[in-house]
Design a protein around this ligand. Sequence first.
Ligand code: RB5
Length: 147
Amino acid sequence: MKVAIASDHGGIRIREEIKKLMDEMGIEYIDLGCECETSVDYPDYAIPVAEKVAKGEVDRGILICGTGIGMSIAANKVKGVRCALVHDVFSARATREHNDSNVLAMGERVIGPGLAREIAKVWLTTEYEGGRHENRLKKIAEYENKQ
Ligand code: RB5
């Protein structure tokens, strides 16, 4: 699996924690910034990560900002991206099993690095269940294709 990860200035510490986790798990990743702690705009990081996922250049994306909300809104504008904003382990598992989410968003002003690490670990290792969920994802894709 290959992952693209990025954060704005509000998510740098969790981004570093998740990179450490992926090193430990032997997961290949590309880090798309941001490079500094001064204020940047989250769409400039969310959209490149989401596009890499949509184009199949990476398998998954991980985005962190202050709340995770801006990142998830921006990422979900990219066709084919199913970005889930997650702050608990139950939802991390459920969104992989049910929604086949391909991008994970988290907020560093909402949760700490320890919980973020657990969430990312579960999200990276849980398989999509398919079955009854398939038709629901198909309806989302059909809507996207009409835009
Ligand atoms: C930046 O101040 C903050 O707005 C951003 O990190 C994020 O929380 C947006 O949703």
